[in-house]
Design a protein around this ligand. Structure first.
Ligand SMILES: NC(=O)c1ccc[n+]([C@@H]2O[C@H](COP(=O)([O-])OP(=O)(O)OC[C@H]3O[C@@H](n4cnc5c(N)ncnc54)[C@H](O)[C@@H]3O)[C@@H](O)[C@H]2O)c1
Length: 243
């Protein structure tokens, strides 16, 4: 398979979806640099501390990847956070934090590695969300709609298109997966009935398995998608089609 000898950087790799992504890429033969704010500074050769909201942290990561492994072939902008508050109850601090991690972080990652990815004719896969394209259920048993999260993911979707257009002449493809509902720690603070309301909204009426999202990542990042760029691919059991 074409992944042998290739280098991938996965952000948010200590979490549910990020771990599945990193494990899949490693299973395909890639050398994977797992980056997460939860890793200690000296977590290991391929486990690296990264705060995607901090420009200096990105610069340190680039230096380290280049020194230890060489320029990456793939950047997966997966790190993300939410704040379960609606439009009027969201604090300025929470709004800024969610936008900084989800939107600024994805942009800064691409900016940081653009020259390296051009040198490898590499790819970027961003992680958007169905909630950057539609809104969650409202009403009994649900929770506030995370206005900052939804705005940040819409920004990631547009970033994907802008980057695809700007970086195509440099040989870099940029796509996004838009997860539906996946039972990861991100949903731990949601009451079960709110998760169920979301799950039931998808015609397939079940949560996704992280392996199903990794299948989409492997396609978008791999040679089978050599003519695919600027795509926002929902992996959502039909959620967006029904919204
Ligand atoms: N779980 C879902 O249903 C779902 C749906 C749509 C989109 N997503 C997106 O999938 C991605 C992964 O989410 P998940 O469900 O695995 O959640 P998760 O909370 O399990 O994992 C998120 C990871 O990001 C890391 N992270 C948070 N802030 C960071 C920072 N500043 N710098 C670096 N790393 C940071 C966390 O430490 C964690 O390991 C996120 O972008 C999320 O928005 C998830």
């Amino acid at each position: 398979m074409a992944w042998g000898g290739r280098i991938a950087v996965v952000t948010g790799a200590a979490g549910g979806i990020g771990t599945a992504f990193a494990d899949r890429l490693a299973g395909l033969g890639a050398t994977v640099v797992r980056a997460d704010v939860r890793y200690a500074a000296a977590a290991g050769e391929d486990r690296v501390h990264l705060d995607v909201a901090d420009p200096a942290s990105w610069d340190r990561l680039r230096g380290l990847v280049s020194e230890r492994f060489g320029p990456p072939d793939l950047l997966v902008n997966n790190a993300g956070v939410s704040a379960r508050t609606d439009l009027v109850t969201t604090t300025d601090e929470d709004f800024a934090r969610v936008l900084a991690v989800n939107a600024f972080g994805a942009w800064r990652g691409i900016k940081t590695f653009a020259d390296d990815l051009a040198s490898t004719r590499g790819a970027v896969v961003n992680v958007g969300s169905i909630y950057g394209a539609t809104t969650p259920p409202t009403g009994a048993g649900t929770v506030p709609s995370s206005v900052a999260y939804q705005m940040s993911k819409a920004a990631v979707h547009q970033l994907t298109k802008v980057a695809a257009v700007e970086l195509a002449p440099r040989g870099i493809r940029v796509n996004a997966v838009l997860p539906g509902v996946f039972r990861t720690p991100l949903l731990d603070d949601l009451p079960p009935e709110a998760v169920d309301a979301r799950v039931r909204r998808a015609p397939m009426s079940r949560p996704g398995a992280t392996g199903e999202l990794a299948d989409a990542l492997a396609f978008l990042a791999g040679p089978g998608a050599s003519f695919v760029t600027g795509v926002l691919l929902p992996v959502d059991g039909g959620y967006l089609a029904a919204s």
